[in-house]
Design a protein around this ligand. Structure first.
Ligand SMILES: C[S@@+](CC[C@H](N)C(=O)[O-])C[C@H]1O[C@@H](n2cnc3c(N)ncnc32)[C@H](O)[C@@H]1O
Length: 348
């Protein structure tokens, strides 16, 4: 008889495991609903999932009817997509795009497990800057959603390098199989280019001294290969701040620096410009689009495009004011606090 090797399951360390790997319950949310409920009720997002934002507002606006065809440009955890699929009542189709080859596989499986088969849901690994190609192949869409930025699963996974709070490689690529990681890009930037990126992508008030310091650290041969190494430079750069809120200020600055680098690494502004330009061509007459943005740079691009296209008659109607999540939602999910929603309806 062959000897069976007994593999011991990792011990779940108390109620608050610290490292990402140890959170095996959070990383398998479908299997541990009670743990997930507890984490969410404390206002946190479990490490292996993403809490969808402004679901009610989006569904109310999109007004999805059975038989329609929709496009979720940012599939993520599949939260919005699942709700859209429910609205179809078994008739129609939702296409879900994502650029992340790691999460799209898990999400597709998650949606299949909910009973949505190939006849009603298709996931496509592609950048939403290619919506024109998607539409050429699959036709026009009655409703479209883009929920920009990164998902909680991406932020929480230290291997992806999205957060200054987790030690990991300074990567920040939404698709780690394409392009260069942030650590490589940093080596190629001049001081002025880095300063511009910090200013334009994150309105960083300390852009000049941060760019100067990061640049000279790299040029003097110091390694900036990990999230922790970059955080230390930011911390050192701001050592003139003696305020009692110093730690908080350093963390907020680090969040802005990481955001600015992420936007650069993934060319997020260029992609968003291309996307809003192409959008009307992929919508059916009367087709509806909603976009969630998370910082002023993104919102400006959407606002301007919608306004111009309303004035030129491409859209029948666009939202006059930005729509924000309700207070209770921000309380339950702190990641919702910076969300802005805008919508448009294609002319008939
Ligand atoms: C905020 S999450 C979406 C969460 C989703 N709405 C949900 O309810 O689970 C954003 C997702 O968009 C993806 N993404 C970001 N930029 C993209 C792009 N240019 N093309 C395709 N997917 C993109 C990210 O990889 C991430 O999975």
């Amino acid at each position: 008889m062959s000897e069976q090797i007994h593999k011991r399951r990792k011990r779940y360390k108390g109620t608050h495991p610290r490292s990402f790997d140890e959170k095996y319950k959070e990383l398998n949310p479908e299997m541990y609903p009670e743990t997930i409920e507890k984490v969410i009720s404390k206002g946190s997002t479990p490490a292996g999932m993403h809490i969808s934002i402004m679901v009610d507002e989006i569904l109310e606006f999109l007004d999805i009817q059975p038989g329609q065809v929709g496009l979720d440009c940012t599939l993520g955890y599949g939260g919005h997509t699942s709700k859209m699929l429910e609205k179809l009542e078994g008739q129609g189709h939702v296409y879900g795009l994502d650029i992340d080859p790691i999460e799209i596989e898990k999400t597709t499986q998650r949606i299949r497990n909910k009973g949505f088969d190939e006849n009603i849901f298709t996931s496509l690994l592609t950048n939403f800057r290619n919506i024109d190609e998607v539409s050429e192949k699959y036709g026009k869409f009655d409703f479209v959603l883009a929920d920009l930025g990164v998902s909680s699963m991406q932020i929480d996974n230290p291997e992806r390098g999205f957060s200054y709070k987790k030690e990991g490689p300074l990567d920040l690529r939404l698709n780690p199989k394409m392009g260069k990681p942030a650590s490589e890009i940093l080596k190629e930037l001049s001081k002025e280019e880095l300063e511009n990126i910090l200013e334009e992508n994150s309105d960083e008030p300390y852009a000049d001294i941060l760019a100067k310091n990061i640049y000279s650290f790299i040029r003097s041969g110091m390694e900036v290969e990990t999230t922790g190494q970059l955080y230390k430079i930011i911390d050192k750069t701001l050592n003139f701040i003696e305020d009692k809120n110093r730690k908080d200020l350093v963390n907020k600055t680090a969040a802005r620096v990481f955001q600015a680098l992420r936007i650069e690494v993934n060319q997020e502004f260029e992609v968003l410009h291309e996307f809003v330009e192409k959008l009307p061509k992929i919508l059916t007459p009367g087709g509806r689009v909603a976009i969630l943005t998370f910082h002023s740079g993104e919102d400006r691009i959407v606002k301007k495009a919608f306004k111009e296209m309303k004035n030129s008659g491409i859209y029948d109607d666009v939202c006059r004011n930005v729509i924000r999540p309700r207070k209770e939602e921000c309380h339950r999910n702190s990641r919702a606090k910076s969300t802005k929603m805008r919508w448009a309806i294609k002319a008939k």
